[in-house]
Design a protein around this ligand. Structure first.
Ligand code: PGA
Length: 253
């Protein structure tokens, strides 16, 4: 059984004042039937961990360098994230691919670094609007999956997030059929490459997930949770999304 995952990506948002949101989430998600993760800016990782106390709320980084240490001004290693209390790290987010020119090979190296440090990697991929309109979405995603997921990856250390670039922060979302088509293609490619181990990778959807559309998205086959940006910043928005995922994870009687 794949454990469902509600992951929040705070991006370059949040200061110490945001720890109140962490405390609210920690108190409210203890009974969740899914895993709940917040990826705050690295400046807040340690304090967020402390603020959550013994609650099962997890934290992660938003990026890491491939090297464990060294002369890399401004970068943070996977080992340093783990030391600050991270359990996960997002790699290959489209904002990193666009703003920092990250290639699939670089993303794969970061995912390997995550594994080396004992972190789970959330590997992001997704097509642009131009690529979708040109009928290239599945080809682009297939290429990104092949290039960004390192050899030896397994469901225990790797999560895949399908995030169409045109849906991130725009309020636009793909149709249920479009999400289903991509997630089915991802699953098929994982099975092809990793054999039956391909079933173990969790597949998240990301891009304008909100309280109002979460339940519909979580009802889709092969959607094991979400990577949420804007709607993860406030507990009041993120909690209904966690509740929708918890409901989707309810045992069937
Ligand atoms: P969004 O961002 O939920 O604000 O669209 C998602 C993401 O970039 O992970």
């Amino acid at each position: 059984m794949r454990r469902k995952l509600a992951a929040g990506n705070w991006k370059m948002n949040g200061t110490r004042a945001s720890l109140d949101e962490v405390r609210t989430l920690a108190a409210a998600t203890s009974g969740a039937r899914c895993e709940v993760l917040i990826c705050p800016p690295a400046t807040l990782l340690s304090r967020a961990n402390e603020a959550a106390g013994t609650a099962p709320l997890r934290f992660g980084g938003q990026d890491c360098h491939a090297d464990p240490s060294g002369a890399r001004t401004g970068d943070i290693s996977a080992e340093q994230l783990a030391d600050a209390g991270a359990r996960y790290v997002i790699v290959g987010h489209s904002e990193r691919r666009t703003d920092h020119g990250e290639t699939d090979a670089m993303v794969a190296a970061k995912a390997l670094a995550a594994r080396r440090a004992g972190l789970k990697a959330i590997i992001c991929l997704g097509e642009t609007l131009v690529e979708r309109e040109a009928g290239q979405a599945l080809a682009v995603i297939g290429r990104q999956l092949a290039g960004s997921v390192p050899d030896g990856a397994a469901g225990a250390d790797t999560v895949i997030a399908y995030e169409p670039v045109w849906a991130i922060g725009t309020g636009l979302t793909p149709t249920p059929d479009q999400i289903t088509e991509v997630h089915a293609a991802l699953r098929a490619a994982l099975l092809d490459r990793f054999g039956s181990g391909g079933w173990d990778f969790r597949l998240l959807y990301g891009g304008s997930v909100k309280p109002g559309n979460a339940a519909e998205i979580f009802a889709l086959p092969e959607v094991d949770g979400a990577l949420v940006g804007g709607a993860s910043l406030k507990a009041a928005d993120f909690l209904p999304i966690v509740a929708a995922l918890s409901a989707a994870a309810a045992p069937v009687n």
